[in-house]
Design a protein around this ligand. Structure first.
Ligand code: ATP
Length: 229
């Protein structure tokens, strides 16, 4: 269980994330929704330890998270993390090795993921030779390559068409299994359809969190208004 506990981040005199608490439950997909600028990326950076909170904590199974635990997470940052001029398979093996997989394990894991993501025939292509949609798929594969203990994905579906989003979600469900999985999006419709749980942020504040059914019961229209600005 990954938990944000009263996370707050102030830049200068602006509070960008304001006392935000929520849980990301293992085995469930949690959608993190909010308009551009709502504070999703800043919150995810605090979850990952890339950015220190001004106050509040990140908890893992009820205790303050450690750098060691965070290293086992799969993270797809907003700025992405892959090398445009590196071959796909080489890239996946490289990240797997960085996370301590043996050469043999890294190779077979890379091959498995290329297969699952339907990219086997592109294994020796450079990342920037792929369509944007396929580049996104490789970014997601890279977040999974070391068999992470949790997944934090910042706008993983940007650039993918609706059909590709559906199939990516099925893949993520299968790959993530029992892990906590949080992904951000500004598309409420998509998130409502694909997620089990929702966390809604507006202007740095938590507007709602709960299961999709619970939030529908409270009137999703309310959140649509929030998201539309
Ligand atoms: P987007 O989808 O556009 O990335 P977001 O919900 O992820 O939106 P954030 O990127 O977290 O939102 O940004 C929230 C607010 O914090 C924005 O107004 C942004 O300009 C501001 N912000 C983010 N990082 C910094 C920083 N390092 N210094 C100052 N302001 C920042």
């Amino acid at each position: 269980m990954l938990e944000a506990h009263s996370l707050t981040r102030v830049f200068g005199s602006t509070t960008v994330v304001d006392d935000v608490s929520f849980r990301v439950t293992p085995g469930r997909i949690t959608g993190f929704v909010g308009a551009n600028g709502a504070g999703k990326t800043t919150t995810m950076r605090m979850l990952m330890g890339v950015l220190a909170p001004s106050s509040g904590d990140v908890l893992w199974n009820g205790s303050p998270i450690t750098a060691g635990v965070r290293r086992t997470f799969g993270y797809m940052p907003e700025e992405r993390g892959l090398y445009p001029r590196m071959k796909l398979r080489e890239q996946l093996v490289f990240f797997a090795r960085l996370h301590g997989l043996s050469a043999a394990d890294a190779g077979s894991r890379a091959d498995d993921l290329l297969g699952h993501f339907d990219l086997t025939d592109r294994a020796d292509d450079l990342l920037d030779e792929l369509s944007l949609g396929n580049q996104q798929r490789v970014q997601i594969a890279a977040a999974l390559v070391h068999r992470p203990s949790a997944l934090v994905l910042d706008e993983p579906f940007s650039g993918l068409d609706p059909l590709a989003v559906e199939s990516m979600t099925d893949l993520l469900r299968a790959e993530a299994g029992d892990l906590p999985l949080l992904f951000s999006s500004h598309q409420l419709d998509l998130v409502e359809r694909l997620c089990d749980d929702l966390v809604v942020l507006s202007g740095g504040r938590l507007v709602a969190s709960g299961t999709v059914e619970e939030l529908r019961g409270q009137g999703a229209e309310r959140f649509r208004v929030v998201l539309d600005g």
